[in-house]
Design a protein around this ligand. Structure first.
Ligand code: FAD
Ligand code: SIN
Length: 569
């Protein structure tokens, strides 16, 4: 527990018959952002972490490339800032970029203190002297002009989650509830309240019993990650259904730049590979992209960008899309056959094994790849401290939009951002007054099932789920047009109407909650894309040729209740 101003009242945990819990911090999500926040907040009060599946199922778990951070001699903060701004195409917020980049080394040291081991050069190469062998091995990825990606082999995310979960599980101030899905935020909109909108916690479903808990908290930290499942093909695990953005939107938080959905250029193309990622770090080690023409495989990225296969991601994904359409091929290829098998096995042990499972030896064979939806650059609008437009509600990690990524995220900047913003959010909460308002817990209603009944029409869920993901891929994907967006808008309007009715008439299930959130996020992406009358970064609309990429752009903001409130900031 802290002292003085930060000496929070110890509430509990208290679970009573009415299924209520009170705590100092409620953290929703157990990826890098959620666990960083939880471990930090646990020094100051009792923390509940709720996560909808097992604690290790999150985007963080699958991160391969690593964490972008200025560590190497010869690298500078200015250079990392420059590369981030360049990738973001005039939409990054430079002050935020600078602050996040400069906070990197401290947060990375903290990860190491938790026990994370980043790969050293000596683990990959023989014949180095002791000092050289002990240096961090730094990877390179698209858009970076320097080697600056710290990595733990090619399973960086898995290692991060492992060390943080070990600490969180042992911490006496942290209660971690797996298979608990946040259904909605509790806010002053649920009670009679004259002041500014304030978050009071969340309604959370125990996915085994279907009970809905009311978890009241002094601070709520949304760390629910991304929304890749909104697209048919994605690198993201099933948990990435955009719940946090949808919940925040329903609580009238401002949502920013949802049109900027990043497509990763290189997912393994194989019917059984389920969009397995081939890290950009593979291109960082010299792999080049090729396309088949006749019987030959030819490089093509030189024609698109001076950085060729290591150009920023929006450019590479679009180039592949263009080449596939132009040649009628089903996939492009990565060629890294210039490296010996021994090196590839050491540098990319996981990717190497996975490719072998599908009969591809990276040292001898070309790797078939296609783009897939990967990262939501937009999200709940925050500052660098994760402060949202709803009081006592923070957002950190992929669910948030600080302004770091602009119109296109620079590779490996998201793990960095998740750590920095989660840390800052807790620091910020310590400055908030403890007793500025008093809302008796008895004024806050529990979840009511109303007249809802068990539904025997679950086909509605699976049908709509499939339809949304397919038309988002076809109409709101890598290349958009006004007509396609219009079509998507018409579809989503009808589907959302159907889902809303179904939602209020039926007893909620986790599938239905996720579908409702997915549909809401899909509509936010469409609305934001329709509002942006230009092509910029990840938002490419064939009706608007890309302008001068150095011109400063404007953000797109969405806020409930009125759909008319889509504006450029
Ligand atoms: P997540 O790690 O996704 O965690 C979200 C958590 O919230 C999960 O535990 C989820 O179950 C939970 N949750 C969601 N909704 C609810 C709900 N309603 N109720 C309760 N819990 C909920 N970035 C990099 O910087 N470097 C990389 O090398 C890199 N590689 C990547 C590779 C892959 C394959 C993928 C998919 C992403 C990669 N990224 C990378 C992006 C990066 O991993 C993510 O942006 C980052 O990990 C997000 O962290 P997070 O904590 O915000 O969210
Ligand atoms: C990758 O390893 O290619 C993913 C990196 C990222 O998404 O930042």
């Amino acid at each position: 527990m802290g002292h003085g101003k930060n000496n929070f009242k110890r509430y509990g945990p208290l679970v009573n018959n009415s299924q209520r819990i009170s705590c100092d911090y409620l953290v929703i999500g157990s990826g890098l952002a959620g666990l960083t926040a939880a471990l930090k907040a646990a020094r100051h009060g009792h923390v509940f972490v709720v996560t909808k599946k097992t604690a290790d199922e999150c985007n963080t778990q699958y991160a391969q490339g690593g964490v972008a951070c200025v560590i190497a001699q010869g690298d500078t903060f200015d250079s990392h800032v420059h590369d981030t701004l360049n990738a973001g195409v005039g939409l990054c917020h430079p002050d935020i970029v600078s602050e996040i980049v400069r906070s990197g080394p401290e947060r990375v040291r903290e990860l190491e203190k938790y026990g994370l081991h980043f790969t050293r050069r000596g683990e990959l190469s023989d014949g180095l002297d002791r000092n050289e062998a002990d240096e961090l091995d730094l990877g390179k990825e698209g858009g970076h002009t320097k080697r600056r990606i710290l990595h733990a082999g090619d399973i960086t995310g898995r290692e991060i989650v492992k060390v943080l979960l070990t600490h969180a599980a042992q911490h006496p101030n942290i209660t971690l509830l797996e298979n608990h899905l946040a259904v909605d935020l509790v806010s002053t909109r649920h009670i009679e309240w004259q002041g500014e909108n304030r978050c009071l916690g969340a309604y959370v479903m125990d996915c085994h019993t279907h009970r809905i808990l009311t978890i009241l908290s002094r601070f709520t930290i949304l760390a629910t990650g991304g929304a890749g499942k909104v697209y048919l093909y994605t690198t993201n695990p099933d948990v990435a259904s955009g719940d946090g953005v949808a919940m925040a939107y329903r609580t009238s938080a401002e949502i920013r730049n949802m049109e900027f959905f990043q497509f990763h250029p290189t997912c393994l193309w194989h019917p059984d590979a389920k969009s397995f990622l081939i890290s950009e770090a593979v291109r960082g080690e010299g792999a080049v992209l090729k396309i088949r023409r006749g019987g030959e495989h030819e490089e093509f990225m030189d024609a698109y960008h001076p950085m060729a296969s290591l150009a920023p991601r929006d450019i590479v994904a679009r180039a592949i899309d263009n080449e596939l359409k132009r040649t009628g091929q089903e996939c492009a290829y990565l060629d890294i056959r210039h490296h010996p098998e021994t090196f590839l096995r050491k540098r990319f042990p996981n990717i190497f094994e996975k490719c072998l499972d599908f009969g591809i030896n990276m040292a001898r064979d070309l790797i078939p790849v296609v783009p897939a939806a990967h990262y939501c650059c937009g999200g709940v609008r925050t500052d660098v401290n994760g402060v949202t437009t709803v009081k006592r509600l923070y957002a950190a990690g992929e669910v948030g939009c600080t302004g770091l990524h602009g119109a296109n995220r620079l590779a490996s900047n998201s793990l960095l951002e998740a750590m920095v913003v989660a840390h800052n959010a807790v620091e910020h909460s310590l400055q908030e007054p403890t007793d500025d308002v008093h809302i008796p817990a008895s004024h806050i209603p529990d979840w009511s099932f109303g007249d809802a009944s068990d539904s025997d029409e679950m086909i509605v869920v699976s049908h709509n789920w499939d339809e949304i993901r397919r038309f988002m891929w076809d109409y709101v994907g890598i290349v958009r047009t006004d007509k396609r967006l219009e079509r998507a808008k018409n579809r989503i309007r009808l589907i959302r109407k159907e889902i809303e009715k179904f939602y209020w008439d039926s007893i909620v299930t986790s599938d239905l909650i996720e579908l409702r959130n997915l549909a809401s996020v899909a509509e936010m992406i469409i609305d934001s894309a329709m509002a942006r009358k230009e092509s910029r970064g990840l938002h490419y609309n064939a009706n608007y040729p890309p302008g001068d990429s150095s011109t400063k752009g404007k953000d797109t903001i969405l806020r409930q209740p009125s759909k008319a409130e889509v504006w450029f900031e």
